[in-house]
Write a protein that binds this ligand. Structure first.
Ligand code: UTP
Length: 294
């Protein structure tokens, strides 16, 4: 058993092609699409911070270097705003930078989009012999206790990889990673098997894996030796599945909160409206406006 260590770092892979958003994703990655008035990535960074983690490793594509600028101060812009006496805007920018100033952000490049597992592996040089959190850039969790904080508290009790799970209607599951599980206690499961994109008769439960994980050094060892699968990619779910076949323990936790998916156009639109209607700044006016649309 690995010795237990604190989770101090989170990886966010954002180097995927986002083909379900083409042609828009040729110029803007889906992780930067707005949800209400913020890009998806900001919700993810906020969740990481609120989970007590203050070091983030972004895995970006060579075209995405501008991502670096989003969380950075823009002194030239601030000078222009000051000259134009836009104090309210300057205050808003200052509050934004203040929120994230304690977070160390590192960027690593995935030269080619060879899969989400391959992307995670690119962060390995920044990870010592320690467990890390991983958040995929197109899954937002809206919850009272941050999703990663929920997984971290489970990790403390089991010291093995922990995967965020959500429950879905059976007819939706063939598009996801289905899990066969053994229940341990309320919401906590031992994962027995992962079946990526199952046929209807292969669906093992109504739980699926989603984009929040606690990964141990063991997972990195398996990622390192993984060969590209059917699609020519190294896929995290497939690597975890191999670990299970070889007798490794992996746990799953059914997360509390609303899972807002942003991986395709309709899901993103629904998540946009969900978060807009949850924001007291916009709720009433947006509700009234939506009622006027016939
Ligand atoms: P997805 O499979 O949802 O993203 O990856 P994708 O491949 O960009 O989307 P489609 O299927 O073509 O529409 C989950 C996460 O892993 C990242 C994505 O950016 C997303 O946050 N990812 C995926 C990488 O960083 N690199 C990859 O090679 C693949």
């Amino acid at each position: 058993m690995e010795t237990q260590k604190e989770i101090k770092k989170a990886i966010i892979p954002v180097a995927g092609l986002g083909t379900r958003f083409l042609p828009l994703s040729k110029v803007l990655s889906k992780e930067f699409f707005p949800l209400a008035d913020k890009p998806a990535i900001q919700y993810i960074v906020q969740e990481i911070k609120d989970s007590g983690i203050n070091e983030i490793i972004f895995v970006i594509s060579p075209q995405q270097k501008s991502i670096l600028n989003y969380f950075k101060k823009a002194p030239e812009l601030e000078k222009i705003l000051a000259k134009r006496k836009k104090q309210a805007l300057l205050d808003e920018l200052a509050a934004f930078h203040n929120e994230f100033k304690g977070i160390k952000m590192t960027f690593v490049i995935q030269k080619e989009p060879k899969g989400d597992g391959h992307a995670i592996l690119q962060a390995a040089a920044h990870i010592k012999d320690e467990p890390v959190a991983n958040s995929f850039g197109d899954d937002i969790m809206y919850s009272q206790t941050p999703a990663l904080a929920q997984l971290i508290s489970i990790f403390k009790t089991c010291n093995a990889p922990v995967l965020g799970l959500k429950r879905l209607p059976r007819d939706k599951i063939p598009a996801y990673g289905s899990v066969a599980v053994e229940k341990i206690s309320s919401n906590l499961y031992k994962i027995k098997k992962i079946i990526e994109k199952p046929q209807p008769d292969e669906i093992a439960s109504d739980l699926v894996i989603m984009g929040r994980h606690i990964l141990t050094p063991d997972v990195f060892a398996y990622l390192k030796k993984a060969k590209p699968g059917k699609k020519g990619e190294i896929v995290l779910a497939e690597v975890l599945s191999t670990m299970l076949e070889e007798g490794k323990q992996i746990y799953g936790y059914e997360l509390a909160g609303e899972w807002l998916e942003c991986g395709d156009k309709l899901k993103w639109m629904k998540s946009f409206f969900y978060l807009t209607l949850k924001d007291s700044k916009y709720r009433e006016e947006m509700k009234d406006y939506l009622k006027t649309i016939k």
